[in-house]
Ligand binder design. Structure first.
Ligand code: GKR
Ligand code: MG
Length: 423
């Protein structure tokens, strides 16, 4: 009865504000894929992952091979994916290091199905996903206010939609954005996405945030946008009073390790440690003191727990970063985070930037910056088929097939490069 009868894979698109980062600017639509795993017993489980063409093709290519497998046999499901997935062309430039294509592809594809199977298991047994992961150690998972520099509206679209956040291009506007987000969601930590303006201006914004929110831990994340030399020259402006951690200031483990040797501020990453194959060299070089997991590419919720154990053994911090996402991903993050005893910091979420939802009941609410861990079966969310159909229609008509912040920024600045480091 717990065998997989069918899998439905639905690409979706939802509106996304013009958020700025080191690579460029978010396009008007963000893409995701919703996965429904249906069992022979008539139950279903939900997963949510990236919505680029390559991911959709990979999900669709392995789905038929999973039919008939038992949702409880996650190891067999992973093995089947590994055996059947066609890896991208190694010459396409997608490999991070020789031999890593499988090491990055299989966890990314498995994760989407793992979450859906865990959700189905929970719905069948009447247990929340956190119970299937060993039980919760907290009732609420804290998230941070994730601030972005942004334009007031998208300039190159016929869609009249304008987001509710307004322009944020100056330190004062960033403080206003923080205030609005904290007022609405109650967040108790703040992250500033950086790498957009000259570092001095971004540090001015950090200092303005510190003055406006003296008790909120702060982080800044230039996404590798500062060179090692630039980062070293900025360290006299940064200290552990201002920053809880410094996220990916410079690109690569070697660059991070040079910065790390020069500052007591913990360095965090979701860029230079993105899989098991990166762990050894990162520890050997003392490149990072905090690893930010992302279950969507680390290989799922159990793999996130494994990463947390690794961090415990090495006595380093662990938390989570995010990309544009909806409620299925938020609840998957929340259930995993609820089970991780050594979760060291509030997790990031893009969730406030999205108005749309694909789950029944609409947007998930935050209380004092946290998501309550639900005791409902599975992830505790159900699919709203009408909303799914609308978002699938958006995907069909939006014309975007993979996130491309660089090309979007070239519409504003034709000679925009979008390479790192920028400063
Ligand atoms: O959405 O622009 C963005 C973020 O920069 C995202 O792509 C990153 O993956 O939020 C992420 C991060 O922490 O680096
Ligand atoms: Mg980051």
């Amino acid at each position: 009865m717990s065998r997989i009868e069918s899998i439905t894979i639905t690409p979706i698109a939802f509106r996304d504000p013009p958020l700025l980062n080191v690579y460029g600017v978010h396009e008007p639509w963000a893409l995701r894929t919703i996965i429904e795993v249906h069992t022979e017993s008539g139950h279903y489980g939900l997963g949510e992952t990236y919505g680029d063409t390559q991911t959709i093709q990979q999900l669709r290519s392995v789905a038929p091979a999973l039919k008939g497998l038992d949702i409880y046999q996650l190891n067999s499901i992973r093995q089947r994916i590994q055996d059947t997935i066609e890896l991208p062309d190694p010459d396409a430039g997608l490999e991070i290091a020789p031999g890593t294509l499988g090491a990055t592809t299989v966890p990314r594809i498995f994760s989407a199905f793992e979450v859906a199977c865990l959700d189905a298991m929970g719905k069948i047994t009447g247990r929340p996903v956190y119970d299937l992961l060993g039980g919760k150690v907290r009732d609420r998972v804290d998230y941070s206010a994730y601030l972005f520099y942004k334009f007031g509206r998208h300039q190159f679209t016929d869609d009249p939609w304008v987001d509710r956040w307004g322009e944020a291009l100056t330190p004062d506007q960033i403080v206003q954005q923080a205030r609005k987000m904290i007022d609405e969601y109650g967040f108790r930590s703040i992250k500033l996405k950086a790498g957009v303006f000259e570092p001095a201006q971004e540090i001015e914004a950090l200092k303005a945030l510190r003055a406006a929110f003296p008790d909120h831990p702060l982080r800044i994340d230039p996404n590798g946008g500062w060179s090692v030399e630039t980062t070293l020259s900025l360290l006299s402006e940064l200290d552990t009073e201002l920053l809880q951690y410094l996220e990916d200031p410079a690109p690569g483990q070697s660059g991070m390790s040079q910065v790390s040797a020069a500052t007591p501020i913990p360095l965090a990453t979701n860029m230079c440690v993105i899989g098991d194959f990166h762990l050894r060299s990162a520890m050997e070089q003392n490149a990072v003191q905090v690893i930010l997991s992302d279950h969507h590419y680390w290989g799922g919720l159990k793999a996130t727990q494994d990463l947390a154990y690794f961090c415990k053994v090495w006595n380093i911090g662990v938390s989570m970063h995010s990309n544009s996402h909806l409620g299925i991903s938020l609840m998957a993050m929340t259930h995993a985070a609820a089970t991780i005893e050594n979760l060291s910091y509030a997790c990031d979420t893009h969730y406030p930037w999205q108005d749309e939802e694909v789950i029944k009941g609409g947007k998930i609410t935050f209380t004092e910056g946290a998501v309550e861990v639900t005791d409902a079966p599975g992830l505790g969310v159900a699919l709203d088929q009408t909303a799914l159909a609308q978002l699938a229609h958006n995907y069909d008509t939006c014309g975007i097939r993979a996130r491309d912040d660089v090309s979007e920024m070239r519409k504003y600045i034709p000679d925009w490069k979008g390479t790192v480091p920028r400063f």
